[in-house]
Design a protein around this ligand. Structure first.
Ligand SMILES: *Cc1c(COP(=O)(O)O)cnc(C)c1O
Length: 396
């Protein structure tokens, strides 16, 4: 039998779901070059603009000079260098935990952590909108998976009650949801999981750097760090680099060092990167971080985001997949890069533009966006009615 891969791609194309890579011809930043044109980038997760900042670039270069370009092996073989240890100490202090473990990506944190701690006979209870890495990790673990509708505390409570006799119960959620920009009902979730003796894994990917004192995330903002057993995060978003971490008790980290396959069987992150990550942590916790966070808040206010908005992610829900693509294409013509997010990343019929702001945006760029966005949405709505549909998706 031939593999009919072309048919698969054609089918995606016909449904408005085919994805293609785009290459930026400039460095990542608030202004980027695409097809020879300069456009304003409203799609990056570099919320504080650290990826291009001089201090961080210098720290990366310095780290390479001091420690070399690559780490040579996995941590347990001979790839563990002094910057890895320093980074983990800094992460544990930052998150208020006994220990932390650095991974090569946030995705690898999820895949390594969840199956190391729960398995057959255990139960994982996930928010419906959890990121793909958490969903895949839950599947890999062999534990029974239960899902509650996004932030639905009543359903979460029912699931906790009906699984109260399981050996281990792990609740998994995100502080800021990546495609919706809203926050978990964290105080209530922590109350509930404590009441039933479950553990909580909180993915702070989009909250670190942005929320809480010194950018320490949502758990810190609410004074709940000590009650969240597993604090996951990434260095790839507001910290401007790449890599992921889990912050937890010493015993959890020791179990991960012994069991997490994405940690054990993967080469240690480049030591220069770990060195730079220490600098990124220092920057976001200090006056520079505070300055950039207030710039980000000012920018959100400029775009008319309500004071209640907690994150730098502002989805513009369009509905239909092809219309979302078209709106994105029009905005690109007008000089704004805001990719459309479609099924299966979000539920079918909820395609959207995922707009993100950065501390690096200038007021005039945001004001221009507001005008053109309103215009483009109105134009598109006048041209075609929206055919809605519903099919659950998965977060990416
Ligand atoms: C981006 C992201 C991850 C993965 O982190 P990487 O470091 O990019 O692999 C995990 N969880 C959430 C919620 C994310 O948005």
């Amino acid at each position: 039998m031939p593999w009919s891969l072309t048919d698969e791609l054609n089918d995606l194309e016909a449904r408005g779901l085919r994805r293609r890579l785009r290459t930026l011809e400039s460095a990542q930043g608030t202004l980027v070059q695409i097809n020879g044109r300069e456009v304003v980038n409203f799609s990056s997760n570099d919320y504080l603009g650290l990826a291009g900042c001089a201090e961080l670039k210098a720290a990366f270069v310095e780290g390479i000079g001091l420690h070399g370009a690559g780490s040579g092996a996995s941590r347990l073989v001979c790839g563990g260098l002094e910057p890895h240890r320093r980074l983990e100490e800094a992460l544990a202090a930052f998150k208020g935990t006994e220990a932390a473990l650095a991974f090569s990506s946030g995705f690898a944190v999820a895949l390594g952590t969840i199956p190391s701690l729960v398995g057959a006979g255990d139960v994982i209870i996930l928010d419906k909108l959890c990121h793909a890495s958490l969903v895949d990790a839950a599947k890999m673990s062999g534990a029974a998976i239960r899902v509650f509708p996004h932030n639905h505390l009543g359903k979460l409570e029912k699931l906790l009650a009906s699984n109260a006799t399981a050996r281990r119960v792990l609740v998994v959620t995100e502080s800021i949801f990546s495609m919706d920009g809203d926050a978990a009902a964290l105080t209530e979730i922590v109350e509930l999981k404590d009441r039933f003796g479950a553990w909580l894994m909180l993915d702070e990917a989009h909250a670190v750097g942005v929320l809480g004192p010194q950018g320490r995330g949502l758990a810190a903002a609410l004074g709940l760090e000590r009650r969240v057993e597993l604090q996951m995060g990434t260095l790839s978003k507001a910290l401007g680099l790449s890599g992921g971490y889990l912050a937890a008790s010493r015993v959890v980290i020791d179990v991960l060092i012994n069991k997490a396959r994405s940690f054990i069987y993967s080469t240690a992150p480049p030591p220069g990167l770990a060195h730079a990550a220490c600098e990124a942590l220092r920057l976001i916790q200090g006056a520079e971080g505070d300055r950039r966070r207030s710039r980000l808040r000012e920018n959100l206010a400029l775009l008319g985001a309500a004071a209640a908005v907690q994150s730098a992610i502002l989805p513009v829900i369009v509905g239909n997949e092809e219309r979302a693509m078209e709106l994105s294409a029009r905005l690109l013509e007008l000089g704004f890069l805001i990719p459309a997010i479609r099924y299966p990343t979000v539920a079918r019929g909820t395609a959207r533009l995922r707009l993100t702001l950065s501390a690096g945006h200038e007021a005039r760029q945001i004001e221009a966006l507001a005008v053109h966005l309103r215009g483009a949405v109105a134009e598109l709505a006048a041209e075609q009615p929206a055919p809605p549909a519903a099919e659950p998706g998965e977060a990416v």
